[in-house]
Ligand binder design. Sequence first.
Ligand code: ZN
Length: 185
Amino acid sequence: MGQFSLSLSFFAFFAALRDTAFSHAKPPRTQRLAGYTKNRMITLTENLIKEIEAHGESTYPNECGGMLIGHFGTDGNKSVVETFPLENSSLEDQSNRVLILPRDVMRAERYAREQKLDVVGYYHSHPNDRAVPSQYDLDHALPVWSYIIVSVMDGKALDVRSWVMENDRSKFNEEKLERGHPARP
Ligand SMILES: [Zn+2]
């Protein structure tokens, strides 16, 4: 377990470093005060969004979850190249669910490295709820990552939104979810 948590904090540390390096070049003061997640964007193809929606519908009424694999752009924006769905077994117990299991993060990070990509976030579904992060989501979020949430109402995916946690962990800010083909950096 020590190894797992080390990897997780290492990732968060380097991701935070990277974000700081790229995002605070010369931000306007108001933007700096408002938090680094303002005006951010994540780009996914329509097909990837459909994959996330389909995953949420297939596990309904239970939650689904998975990693977002892609690139961090030099402008602080992200692009998703593929999704990395996680097995339902890790999310079976709704009363004791774990948002991100360290072994899943390890597996996704290893896979991303092999593809010369990064883990840029996490997606999950909200069965019969809005695509808005819960307090539980906030309590378990990592900085820098994007959190894409798909709202699944009565078994049908209705809404997909993306969120990034404020650096001080006080809240999530919504980021623009751009549907299209990202330019490779
Ligand atoms: Zn949630």
